[in-house]
Design a protein around this ligand. Structure first.
Ligand code: ADE
Ligand code: ZN
Length: 336
């Protein structure tokens, strides 16, 4: 019943790495198409390999997996498959991360990545009515100079990239390492987000806020360890893009029953639900909501709050947001 409501509600997704939507079947097909050698004999072995003790375990396979993405068509197919999933799941707006350094470091041109992704985004807008924004993430295990080179390479595509983000191995790579490149990005008019408080300490959330001047925090789970930080996030209306199945599969939580989503809402945090890397963590947006319904008994009011937060925390215009909120109210009202 509540799962039907989740499925029926129009939703936005704000934390999805497009390379993390590469399904094992597609990875295998693209490896054959491009003659890339994968260390797996078949699709089932790829599924079986997805056992992670921590973020780094996952990242190692994530970077290996993206090695099959070489040509414009590959980026198009990857993005199109995700957008078809959005259509199936009533995700009507999505703000997509991509990791250019994961590709340019393998000799793929920035232009190849952008043309492939953007052609799929344009097609989804016209054929499926899905709107989208692109957020270019800097890989934090690399140095700031590399991030600056990536920012430079992105400038011909300035009109197609709304924001910059920060992802990859969090421990040992604090936001402060990227202060200058975020400052330059802000001057250039990019929105700013950063993964913080997934594995890293609350201090990394402070740094993302104060040094990177972010508009949203990606994950932010560990902010809950610092009550004054929570108060600040609440008072500033700072959104958190929370990823329940990712949290479970990367051992940020031990059991889905321990997921802090209710604590976050009760504290007044602007939390949203997202899939992060759906092909690796066992589900897209609706499955993430379903997992919370099963494990923590998420109720209707909480579901509607989280879905409304997804629009309110988006980079859509105020007018677009109010249109989506009215559509949510209509469906939610019809289900009571
Ligand atoms: N890159 C893709 N998924 C990520 C995550 N959950 N944390 C950090 N970097 C990532
Ligand atoms: Zn992420």
């Amino acid at each position: 019943m509540l799962k039907n409501l989740v499925n029926a509600l129009p939703k936005a997704e704000l934390h999805i790495h497009i390379e993390g939507s590469l399904e094992p079947e597609t990875m295998f097909r693209l490896a054959q198409r491009n003659q890339v050698k994968l260390p797996y004999p078949d699709v089932q072995s790829i599924h079986d390999a997805y056992q992670f003790r921590c973020l780094q375990d996952f990242l190692d396979l994530y970077y290996q997996g993206m090695s099959v993405l070489l040509r414009e068509e590959d980026f198009h197919d990857l993005t199109w498959e995700y957008l078809c999933k959005c259509h199936e799941q009533n995700v009507v707006h999505t703000e997509i991360f991509f990791d250019p350094q994961g590709h340019t470091s393998r000799g793929v041109a920035f232009e190849t990545i952008m043309q492939g992704i953007c052609s799929a985004l344009d097609r989804a807008e016209s054929e499926l009515g899905i709107s989208s924004h692109l957020i270019m993430c800097f890989l934090r295990h690399l140095d700031q100079q590399d991030a600056f080179r990536t920012l430079e390479a992105s400038l011909p595509w300035r009109e197609r990239i709304l924001g910059v983000g920060l992802d990859s191995s969090e421990r040992g790579h604090p936001p402060s390492k990227f202060r200058d490149v975020f400052e330059r990005s802000a001057q250039l008019g990019f929105k700013r987000v950063a993964h913080a408080g997934e594995e890293g300490p609350p201090a990394y959330v402070h740094e993302a806020l104060n040094l990177l001047t972010v508009n949203r925090i990606d994950h932010g789970n560990r902010a809950l360890e610092d009550p004054s930080l929570v108060q600040h996030l609440v008072e500033s209306g700072m959104p958190l893009t929370v990823c329940p199945q990712s949290n479970l599969r990367l051992a940020v939580i031990k059991d889905m029953c321990d997921h802090p989503i209710r604590d976050m809402l009760q504290a007044g945090l602007k939390a949203t639900v997202n899939s992060d890397d759906p092909a690796y963590f066992g589900g897209y947006l609706n499955e993430n909501f379903h997992a919370l319904i099963d494990a923590v008994d998420l109720n209707k009011e909480e579901i509607v709050r989280l879905v409304k937060n997804s629009f309110e925390a988006s980079f859509l215009s105020a007018e677009q947001i109010s249109g989506h909120l009215a559509a949510v109210d209509k469906i939610a009202g019809a289900s009571s």
